[in-house]
Design a protein around this ligand. Sequence first.
Ligand SMILES: NC(=O)c1ccc[n+]([C@@H]2O[C@H](COP(=O)([O-])OP(=O)(O)OC[C@H]3O[C@@H](n4cnc5c(N)ncnc54)[C@H](O)[C@@H]3O)[C@@H](O)[C@H]2O)c1
Length: 446
Amino acid sequence: MKICMIGTGYVGLVTGACFSEMGNDVICIDENTEKIEMLKKGIVPIYEPGLKEIIERNVQGGRLNFTTNLAEGVVKCQICFIAVGTPQDKDGSADLKYVLQVARQIGTLMESYKIIVDKSTVPVGTAEKVREAVKDELSKRNLDNLEFDVVSNPEFLKEGNAIQDFMRPERVIVGTDNVRTGALFKELYDPFVTTTNNPVLIMDIKSAELTKYASNAFLATKVSFMNELSILCDKVGADISQVREGMGTDSRIGPRFLLAGPGYGGSCFPKDVVALIHTAGSLGQSLEICKATHRANEKQKAYFAEKIINYYVEQKADLSKVVIAIWGLTFKPKTDDIREAPALDVIARLLEKGIQVRVFDPIGMDNARAELGDSVFYAKDNYEVLEGAHGLAVVTEWNLFKSPDFERMKELMSKPVVFDGRNILNATDIKSKGFTYFGIGRGNDC
Ligand SMILES: NC(=O)c1ccc[n+]([C@@H]2O[C@H](COP(=O)([O-])OP(=O)(O)OC[C@H]3O[C@@H](n4cnc5c(N)ncnc54)[C@H](O)[C@@H]3O)[C@@H](O)[C@H]2O)c1
């Protein structure tokens, strides 16, 4: 099939590359000239394991092309995916300006039947808005009779595991009101599910749109639930890791998404939870659980930073002389994405108290630099960052941080104190090596 992918970011680039891997002809379009120029030179602008190889193979095979020219894609392809950003607007709603801008552009360019697909995460009712925007532009061109379909096909890939998620999805959601389009989408996604027998679920458009938000809000709720319990664990002296194991072995609960940490971040959960609350609110419904999920997350982000700050306050330290090393800046491992990363929040709170911050991340340093400027010291590795530090805060659970050389750490640090925001270090082990250790929900309130 001939596909154009409008928006070549974390979702659009992976989606476009994976469709081409299955033999489709794909044109990836972005308005960001620098991004497209890099891709044309074979440079992948984001870090996603396995993506570069797929891009190289399919560019060489002539199935994957990059351009800033929207007309080229729209004219050549019958299926136009919209995969642009839907950031949080000031009132909490999803800002649809990029999606609707693209819809209008398609309406000004299309000359024949098109299937326009919302791949971006968009609230219920957006397909209708897209349809209106396209119709409006067609009408201006006296092309009222030109047919097109709008499909909702939300994406569930996880950054860091995006290729695996896209190539072998647990399910594909397709919202359409046209039986033929549904059949075409089954055909498009069939190669991705044949080995697993996982379903391509064809449903009505609104249900598809809502499924994406419902899934993200539910996962965020699991995280917030455990985060709240982790604070209780600290107070009562219980260990959240053991509680998780005990809970997770119940097949009705399951072990995944039960890890306590410094709050969820990233480009999806925070904005999607808030957008869902907004959608319901605009219809007079208050989503109490989602609101609590969001509040608990805000509290958790502050909790980890306060744990660090309180320790030095209790030690009667002059905060302006305290140096904290940070391990991990991205919102999770195996990505360079720092959007809404908990580390940024923690760092901001430490800096606000006058604490000096040194940072290291295996992949996210460039993105972090663009965000943090010269407010922190950027170290070249996970040991240099420890030089002279009075404490280490582990914020992202990169594998690299899981079995460090404790003796070397002790030599480099001014004080052997570790705040493990992801509970990745063995508490007994690290304490036996002479470190003062604080996890999240490991029974040490401070
Ligand atoms: N990142 C994820 O893990 C993930 C997962 C599932 C769903 N989503 C959703 O997918 C959507 C895209 O997310 P992302 O992380 O890929 O965003 P992104 O910011 O990485 O990419 C969006 C791209 O769209 C481009 N763009 C914006 N307006 C354009 C226009 N008019 N024409 C052409 N290109 C344009 C931008 O330059 C950018 O490169 C969002 O709605 C997001 O919520 C993201």
